[in-house]
Design a protein around this ligand. Structure first.
Ligand code: TYM
Length: 344
């Protein structure tokens, strides 16, 4: 897809590690599908090289990559309308990441909270890849000169770093506006879906408790049980959001309901004000089952055809390269690297 005037180009990525949660769905994928429907240039990438920053069982990594493609297609991504591929098939990501490793400063990366969380106490033992993760992420986005990046709130700091890298590259090489400064799109009621067990913790694929999250492949019974057991408080729902500030678990469930039903949290509170959780939870469970179960049914059907999944990724990577190759050629020229001419 050519975009010479460079109006608006969306890029986002997702890691193939474990099942998608309703947090990934509401914070990112559901919005990707909406952007696709707006006929904007949309590029979505399964970031398998990012997953490799923490050791993965090789066979499982392939399986999870295919499973994730099936989930994304089941959620409504259409490979005819969006470019969908896995990162490792387009070598420009790694090439540009190296250039950005030479642009970004160690001090910038030292500030990344995600590295601190993932590396834990023994950061000396974390992989160099985990530390440099944000420069690869900047390369993912800027390899396409993407202008807008729909993500959940946890990615905000990485997006700020991407902008810093783009600015410094433009400045260091005196190429004003070569890379755009991409805008994060962090919007809607579910930019940070919290754990069902603890309203202070982000819902995550890696939480040891499966009851902390709803997975996109959970069945009807499991979704009902998880919502029934979700931590709440004994008070009825208020009629305004301000009154939920000190009630994180209640706020989280209202936000999930709002994002699933495409309403604002304020509208949901008006609907349920004065009601207790014994009334609200079954309604939330019903809505979740209605939205999630058809996705998991489609996903299972798609998973039966891995060669179709592989062809989607291959075609997507060919499309992605059409955009990224001329950009990396220009980058090498700007940086002063001699390169053999491409065969067309
Ligand atoms: P990842 O794979 O952890 O998550 C994928 C997307 O899901 C969002 N998300 C959430 N949103 C709301 N509530 C939650 N509990 C929740 N959990 C996850 C994430 O914010 C993300 O949008 N580093 C990225 C992947 C990446 C990327 C990129 C994203 C690599 N390169 C370039 C954008 C652009 C990550 O690990 O996402």
């Amino acid at each position: 897809m050519e975009n010479p005037s460079h109006s608006k180009r969306i890029f986002s990525g997702i890691q193939p590690t474990g099942n998608l949660t309703i947090g990934n769905y509401l914070g990112a994928v559901k919005r990707w599908v909406k952007l696709q429907a707006e006929k904007i240039d949309t590029i979505y990438c399964i970031v398998d090289l990012h997953a490799a920053t923490i050791w993965q069982e090789p066979r499982e990594l392939k399986e999870s990559t295919r499973e994730l493609v099936a989930s994304l297609l089941a959620c409504g991504l259409n490979p005819e309308e969006s470019t969908l591929f896995n990162q490792s098939q387009v070598s420009v990501h790694s090439e540009l990441a190296w250039i950005f490793n030479c642009v970004a400063r160690i001090g910038w990366l030292n500030r990344m909270t995600q590295f601190k969380d993932k590396a834990g106490k023994d950061r000396e033992k974390a992989s160099v890849g985990l530390f440099a993760y944000p420069t690869l992420m900047a390369a993912d986005i800027l390899a396409y000169k993407a202008t807008h990046v729909p993500v959940g709130e946890d990615q905000k700091q990485h997006l700020e770093l991407t902008r810093d890298i783009a600015s410094k590259f433009n400045l260091d090489y005196k190429v004003r506006n070569f890379f755009p400064l991409p805008e994060p799109l962090i919007e809607g009621a579910a930019t940070r879906v919290m754990s069902l067990r603890d309203g202070q913790k982000k819902m995550s694929k890696s939480d040891p408790s499966d009851f902390s999250r709803i997975n996109l492949n959970d069945n009807n019974d499991l979704i009902n049980q998880k919502i029934k057991k979700a931590k709440t408080d004994p008070y009825p729902l208020p009629d305004s959001l301000v009154e939920l500030q000190e009630r994180p678990e209640a706020l989280n469930l209202i936000n999930i309901y709002a994002a699933l039903s495409d309403k604002t949290p304020e509208a949901v509170l008006i609907e349920f004000s004065g009601k207790t959780f014994s009334y609200f939870k079954p309604k939330l469970a019903e809505l979740t089952v209605d939205q999630i179960c058809p996705i998991s049914d489609k996903m299972k059907a798609l998973q039966k055809d891995p060669s179709y999944i592989d062809s989607v990724l291959e075609n997507g990577s060919v499309e992605a390269e059409k955009i990224a190759n001329p950009i990396i050629d220009e980058v090498y020229e700007i940086v002063g690297l001699i390169r053999k001419r491409r065969q067309h």
